[in-house]
Ligand binder design. Structure first.
Ligand code: PLP
Length: 440
């Protein structure tokens, strides 16, 4: 058919052109309106054209985190073969759920809470989350503003699915948890990478100002940050809200580390009055409940409903005995406080110990469970370094490039061991950095 050939030829011309995306959008929308074509269709078509343009230009594939999982398997293999490894490569706390949380799960099972339940979570848990978070940030949230999800992971996935469409632009600030860009791609949306720098104290505002436009549908932020540990203050958060307001974009604020703040001034997105905001949280880190798989989304009712709908489609619901354990966790304030203190002390140890090396640049920890030091070695290859460090010194750390291709000179080290093994790991890292430098 001639029309189809013409259509593809026009698309091909646009893909290969250098037309500026912002003006393409204006033109697309104005022509679509004249022709009676829906805005969504026009945006999607433009999204596909821009995606193909990026692909032809050799756009980098975002890291998926899979390589890190394989690396962790190697560390586990060594350990299981009787060679002890100091493992600091994963973002998984070494502390577990407290006995009262475990008991709540067991009790729920004994009481028969082992059937299907509502996709958005049981009412008791949604209410408890709504009132805890309302109390903390002075809000009046209702259970309908909450969707209980399979960890923060599905909270992010379901939210991306809920507020964007295939082809839409989603801004991801790097260095970042690798699953953001991976999920965005997986869902057929386009990740737009905004890079922050060690030299700028990981400040996201100037690069966001440069990159956010009317094409942006969603901005994903994560403070306290994995992997840098940065905490964002109210002024910066306000600046991001203003950018999103101007662009007509949503903000997804992943606050799974909000209980791990070691400086004043952390600002949640919920403290900012903005309609298109989504807060993601999880029980995994605060209470050491990674394997329970329970987190949540807080948003307007419609978005929470859409997230629940995505969950219903994919996995039906979260097991009720797990939700009952989460309900108990909300009450276990002591465990949350104890875990945060523990991680803070360990991060201080990591900072002090790593600062002893002239070849390692490190910033004082502000939050989360990580330290993200910069290696002062030219042409540093983080995978080569990490593999050799594991095989030769029996210390496992995550290469910085897992969190963005630009971070080749970095390592992410998790505060997930006791003080003494942590000191020993740092000693070996310092020693190995010297050896690595000498051999170059
Ligand atoms: C920034 C960030 N968000 C979300 C998650 C997801 O955690 P979970 O799915 O266990 O709640 C993680 C886990 O490492 C993370 O680091």
């Amino acid at each position: 058919m001639k029309q189809i050939r013409d259509l593809l030829a026009t698309c091909s011309e646009l893909i290969r052109s250098e037309a500026e995306p912002g003006s393409m959008l204006e033109e697309m929308l104005s022509e679509a309106e004249k022709l009676g074509v829906g805005e969504d269709f026009a945006r999607r078509l433009l999204g596909l054209i821009l995606e193909e343009r990026g692909r032809l230009a050799g756009g980098e594939a975002p890291a998926s985190g899979l390589k890190l999982r394989e690396f962790a398997s190697r560390a586990r293999e060594l350990q299981e073969s009787g060679k002890p490894v100091l493992r600091l490569e994963l973002g998984e706390p070494d502390f577990s759920a407290s006995p009262r949380i475990v008991e709540a799960a067991c009790r729920a099972l004994r009481e028969g809470f082992s059937k299907y339940g509502p996709a958005a979570g049981i009412r008791e848990l949604r209410s408890a989350i709504a009132s805890k978070i309302s109390e903390r940030f002075g809000l009046d949230l209702k259970p309908e503003n909450v969707a209980v999800t399979a960890g923060g992971t599905f909270a992010v996935y379901g939210s991306i699915e809920a507020v964007t469409k295939p082809g839409d632009e989603v801004v991801v600030i790097e260095p970042a948890w690798p699953l953001y860009a991976h999920q965005v791609r997986w869902l057929g949306r386009r990740p737009i990478i905004v890079r922050t720098r060690f030299e700028d104290d990981w400040d996201p505002i100037p690069p966001l100002q440069e990159r956010v436009s009317r094409l942006t549908k969603l901005i994903i932020i994560n403070y306290p940050n994995n992997p840098t540990g940065k905490v964002l203050d109210g002024r910066s958060m306000r600046a991001i809200v203003e950018l999103a307001e101007d662009a007509g974009a949503w903000i997804l604020s992943d606050e799974v580390y909000m209980d791990f703040c070691y400086v004043d001034g952390f600002s949640s997105i919920l403290e900012h009055d903005f309609e298109r905001r989504i807060m993601v949280n999880s029980f995994s880190k605060t209470w050491g409940m990674t394997g329970f798989r329970v987190g949540y989304v807080i948003s307007d009712r419609d978005t929470a409903y859409r997230v629940a709908r995505a969950q219903n489609t994919a996995i039906t619901c979260i097991p009720e005995f797990v939700q009952r354990a989460a309900l108990e966790a909300l009450e276990d304030v002591d465990a949350a406080r104890r875990n945060a203190k523990l991680v803070e002390r360990r991060l201080r140890i990591l900072y002090e110990e790593l600062s002893k090396s002239k070849l390692i640049d490190v910033k004082p920890p502000e939050g989360a469970m990580y330290i993200f030091p910069r290696m002062g070695i030219d042409g540093f290859d983080p995978w080569d370094f990490a593999r050799k460090l594991l095989e030769e010194k029996r210390v496992a750390v995550a290469p910085g490039s897992c969190f963005g291709e630009a971070y080749q000179n970095y390592l992410r080290i998790s505060a997930v061991l006791d003080d003494e093994p942590l000191r020993e790991a740092c000693r070996r890292i310092r020693e190995f950095v010297e050896e690595y430098q000498r051999k170059r």
